[in-house]
Design a protein. Structure first.
Length: 528
């Protein structure tokens, strides 16, 4: 398939010729893979790490789904479940880092699948991985910014007297308006040159770290009635009001909070064409962001759980925060100690800023994936979405990503059940996209894969299979019913949403894509 793009001859052997040796190692590898440098390569390893750390954003994931985790297992489900999820997620991160070191391109996952699946399966492998990745990312951005809009609504409620004091409760239309405004701000920030975006990324990482340490120490120290060690480390809550009491079943459902939190680190791969020495620094960004998030995340979980007064009270929609558990924990801790909940509202503001940065990084990741996928002709109007402006920013991809995420959140106006089913793709869809290239590396490319500077050596296969099995396990676990008896109102629509996505993607391939999509398209001539 001819791309019709400019062809530029360059050396064919990586790091051998004088021309290639003089280049940044990531750029040299990019050229060898057949792509010219179109984005500005200005990110350091710290900046690459910062984007991953801020998009994982422990404050975002735990705050958003703490209510859910309290209902399904309570302290045991997240104090111990966090380590179960962390261990298996790290196997995915390590396997992705190994592949990233060999293929440091913005296409990331879908490009890896194309290269690892071999010539026969490359187009379809690339297609299915790419669409699950990009739709999962869009859904993730919709979920993050909608969660922030909800938190802003709670902050306003508490600031105006709380639910029991006649505080202002925003309607669903006001909340969706907040969501649209947040996406607008994120699109504007992502339209800035990469040097400025890098600054915001590093600021986000610092804010998340400082905020985490401040909250995990401050909240339990302010609370007048701290939870006991026995409660934090042994209490198992099965009183979820959903007709589910089986402890093993409740425990696995409660793992969703941890897995939802530990997602998004593929941004380190998507930013490799803008990262210096990306074949080394991209993998470092993935692993360091995951490792640090795991450690500080557990500390945050412990800190806020020691301040839990009573689970049933926190989940009661008639408390001052309207049933928003973490908001009520913060607000109540300061109100009981000082007679005013202002300090708790300030702490919620710290969390809100962290979630804002998470949404910003999510749009960054979305836009780079959109840019790369359209560069290879996989999207409608591809020539439009892969354009870069004078600051070497994929500007059209930025605004498309923000727009689609806003449209996804509009489903909340009709039904929160529909919205929750749609954004469930953000967890399982991304897990599937992560697992596919690792699976191809272990099967179709088990003899041909050439590791980059970062590799797991003989342990790569063992770690890889653990990663693939965990991806499959999460797809099953988070599709299970979450309430009994099963009715139209209580049905877990996750399998429906994922099945619909799979049918659409495969149908698009059968009736259209297979006729013109041939996998990643190089835009330079790599022949010597």
């Amino acid at each position: 398939m001819e791309s019709g793009r400019e062809k530029v001859a360059l050396p064919s052997h990586r790091g051998v010729t004088n021309g290639a040796a003089a280049l940044d190692s990531g750029l040299a590898r990019l050229l060898e893979l057949g792509y010219k440098q179109e984005l500005k390569r200005d990110l350091s390893v710290i900046s690459n790490f910062a984007f991953s750390f801020s998009i994982i954003s422990v404050l975002t994931g735990i705050t958003t789904l703490y209510n859910y985790a309290l209902s399904y297992g309570g302290p045991v489900s997240f104090v111990y479940g966090w380590f179960v999820v962390s261990a298996f997620t790290m196997t995915i991160g390590l396997s992705m880092a190994e592949i990233c070191s060999s293929y440091p391109t913005s296409g990331g996952l879908y490009y890896w699948s194309a290269k690892l699946a071999g010539p026969r399966w490359a187009p379809f492998a690339s297609w299915i991985t790419g669409w699950f990745n990009i739709v999962g990312q869009w859904a993730g951005t919709a979920s993050v910014d909608y969660s922030l809009a909800q938190l802003i609504q709670v902050i306003i409620l508490l600031s105006t007297g709380g639910k029991n004091g006649g505080g202002y409760e925003a309607s669903k239309y006001v909340v969706i308006g907040f969501h649209g405004g947040l996406l607008l701000l994120h699109a504007i920030i992502n339209s800035l040159p990469i040097s400025l975006l890098s600054f915001f990324g590093q600021l986000a990482a610092i804010w998340n770290l400082v905020g985490l340490f401040m909250l995990m120490i401050l909240i339990p120290s302010v609370a007048t009635e701290r939870a006991s060690f026995k409660f934090v480390f042994t209490h198992f809550n099965t009183d979820n009001g959903e007709g589910i009491s089986s402890r093993p079943y409740v425990f696995v459902l409660g793992l969703l909070m941890s897995q939802y939190t530990l997602l998004g680190y593929d941004i380190s791969a998507h930013m490799t064409e803008e990262t210096k020495n990306a074949d080394r620094n991209g993998p470092k960004g993935i692993i360091s962001a995951l490792g640090i998030s795991i450690i500080v995340g557990w500390g945050y979980i412990l800190g806020i759980t020691f301040a839990v007064p009573d689970i049933s009270y926190l989940l009661n929609e008639n408390n001052d925060a309207g049933g928003y558990a973490i908001a009520e924990i913060f607000y109540l801790a300061f109100k009981e100690r000082y007679g005013s909940g202002v300090g708790g509202i300030f702490c919620l503001g710290v969390v809100a800023v962290a979630i804002f940065f998470c949404g910003m990084s999510a749009v960054t990741s979305n836009s780079r994936m959109t840019y790369a996928f359209s560069r290879d002709g996989a999207m409608p109007l591809s020539s439009l979405w892969h354009r870069v402006n004078r600051q070497e920013v994929p500007i059209n991809a930025v605004w498309l990503s923000a727009f689609i995420s806003f449209c996804m959140a509009l489903t909340s106006l009709g039904s929160m059940v529909a919205f929750q089913a749609m954004v469930s793709i953000a967890t399982i869809g991304l897990q599937i996209a992560y697992a596919l290239p690792i699976f191809f590396r272990l099967t179709l490319a088990h003899k041909s894969f050439v590791p980059g500077p970062f590799n797991l050596g003989r342990y790569g296969v063992l770690v890889g299979w653990a990663a693939v099995l965990w991806g499959l396990t999460t797809a099953i676990l988070f599709s299970l019913p979450v309430a009994y008896p099963i009715t139209i109102e209580t049905l877990n629509y996750t399998p429906v949403a994922l099945g619909s996505l799979l049918i659409l993607v495969v149908s698009y391939w059968i009736f259209s894509g297979r006729h013109w999509f041939k996998g990643p398209i190089t835009n330079i001539n790599t022949s010597s």
